[in-house]
Design a protein around this ligand. Structure first.
Ligand code: DQA
Length: 149
């Protein structure tokens, strides 16, 4: 079974209480169960992680590249400014692995600073604005890409 990590950046541990009008009322544990279930339906072993720490997220990318693990990433606010994370995500692509960028909201329809993603140029694809369902689509994309190899 292909292992996939679903990594979530800062403040996503506050899902359910943080701006529910934007991010919904479901929390990280619910996201974890959904992703695990969707993964098993797709033949993927999914591990959902969250961190508020940029260095930890960077290390997870190094590990994914070394262990050949495809990635679903919601970089949260790191999306808009973290060149360190963009460089680390680039290494995942260099290792021949898919990296799907997901946003629960549609950042382009929000504040000016959210309109730029430094991650999109190094992602295999980007899904925005579909709530938690975006993670499902990202996992499907990974199942499809891995299957095609
Ligand atoms: C987000 C969008 C980002 O702009 C924001 O900083 C987040 C969450 C999303 O999932 O919609 O924390 O990545």
């Amino acid at each position: 079974m292909t292992k996939v990590i679903v990594v979530n950046g800062p403040n996503l541990g506050r899902l359910g209480v943080r701006q529910p009008d934007v991010y919904g009322r479901q929390d990280l544990d619910q996201l974890r169960s959904l992703c695990t279930r969707w993964g098993s339906e797709l033949g993927l072993e999914v591990e959902v992680r969250q961190t508020d720490d940029e260095a930890e997220m960077v290390r997870w990318m190094h590990q994914a590249a070394d262990e050949k693990t495809p990635v679903v990433m919601n970089p949260a606010a790191f999306t808009h400014y973290s060149y360190a994370l963009a460089d680390a995500a680039h290494m995942v692509g260099d290792a021949g692995l898919p990296l799907m960028e997901v946003h629960i909201s549609n950042p382009s329809a929000r504040d000016e600073f959210r309109k730029r993603s430094v991650i999109s140029p190094v992602a295999t694809g980007t899904i925005t604005g579909l709530g938690f369902f975006g993670y499902r689509l990202a996992l499907e994309a990974i199942a499809h890409l891995v299957d095609g190899e």
